[in-house]
Design a protein around this ligand. Structure first.
Ligand code: SF4
Length: 326
């Protein structure tokens, strides 16, 4: 792998509730390489979005990062002050959220919302450009993300834009500082298939043009197959498998990943039932003993109910957390 730009070590992000502690992220180790697109996949509620938000120290709903390191180009982001972190966000690391509807402010024009971070970071904080240059930078960002007729769109309010244009506007806002790392949390989930393809294409071009590394959070394996160089699979707050894109689809090792891959309909395959697993979504407040996946695992043994499996390198560059390989 290329030199990591982001290194996450032993990350734990918990939510302390009256009824108990939700261990949303419970000891995650992960690297994102320079210019790499790393996918983090898993079912809803497995902790992947909380992992993404932890990178930017923007954990929602009162969650707390209780342990770990988040090394961005060697600097531990968890040791930065709020002021230092604010400078990192939007310039060096940017985030695209799932739903542009809730991320754009309905009372400001698109041009204003793209121009605001440029003014803050490049004019006021870093004195890189003069205030007069901000409108030009806004237009350039809109052109980069392929918004049609950008001069007219500068003065549009969010309600005057389609879903795809809003998501492009969001991406324009995120790339104004030419970030080294883009954290994209389900960036296409709220969009229809055609717009989804355009947004994914745009993200790939950003990587090519700006050399941006992308940490892509998704539950959609088709998006993973199309976009990612490497993939980590998350289950109940922990990573359970990590490998390059081809081995993930050709030779998944973890029983959970195997079911996920076998549940994808394959063109030309004989008709039959797709693979399924029991719908027992784990309760992150009361995790099972031993392997967290054992209540749903078709290959579980007695040992799986008692002993926690560790992440091991089963094959070169292919990590898995399962007793079958230890
Ligand atoms: Fe299944 Fe056991 Fe492997 Fe867990 S450790 S995934 S229960 S076989």
């Amino acid at each position: 792998m290329s030199e990591p730009i982001l290194r996450i070590r032993g990350l734990k992000t918990y939510f302390f509730m009256e009824r108990g502690t939700v261990k949303a992220v419970d000891g995650v180790d992960l690297d994102v390489g320079k210019k790499q697109i790393l996918g983090l996949v898993g079912e809803t509620g497995c902790g992947k979005s909380v992992t993404a938000h932890s990178v930017l120290k923007l954990v929602p709903y009162g969650g707390t990062i209780v342990a770990g390191k988040i090394l961005f180009e060697g600097r531990d982001l968890l040791k930065l002050s709020n002021e230092e972190m604010r400078k990192v966000r939007g310039t060096e690391i940017s985030m695209i959220f799932q739903d542009p509807e809730t991320s754009l402010d309905p009372v400001f024009t698109l041009g204003y919302q793209i121009g605001e971070p440029i003014e803050l970071h490049q004019v006021i904080e870093q004195h890189l450009i003069s205030p007069k240059e901000v409108p030009k930078k806004v237009l350039e960002a809109l052109q980069t993300v392929g918004i049609p007729d950008p001069k007219a769109r500068v003065d549009s309010y969010p309600h005057q834009l389609s879903g795809g244009m809003k998501q492009r506007g969001m991406i324009a806002m995120m790339i104004t500082g030419t970030p080294k790392l883009l954290v994209a949390d389900e960036p296409t989930t709220a969009l229809d298939v055609t717009i989804q393809a355009q947004i994914l294409d745009l993200m790939r071009k950003l990587r090519q043009k700006l050399g941006t590394s992308i940490f892509l959070i998704t539950h959609d394996l088709a998006v993973v197959a199309e976009m990612c160089d490497r993939v980590a699979v998350m289950y109940a707050g922990q990573l359970i498998e990590e490998t390059d894109i081809i081995p993930l689809f050709e030779q998944p090792l973890h029983p959970y990943t195997q079911v996920l891959i076998n549940a994808i309909p394959k063109p030309g395959a004989k008709r039959g039932k797709l693979a399924t697993i029991p719908p027992l979504i784990p309760n992150l407040m009361r995790l099972p003993r031993g392997c967290r996946f054992h209540p749903r695992c078709p290959k579980a043994t007695d040992k799986c109910k008692r002993v926690k499996p560790q992440m091991i390198e089963a094959e070169r560059g292919h990590l898995v957390r399962c007793h079958l390989y230890s």
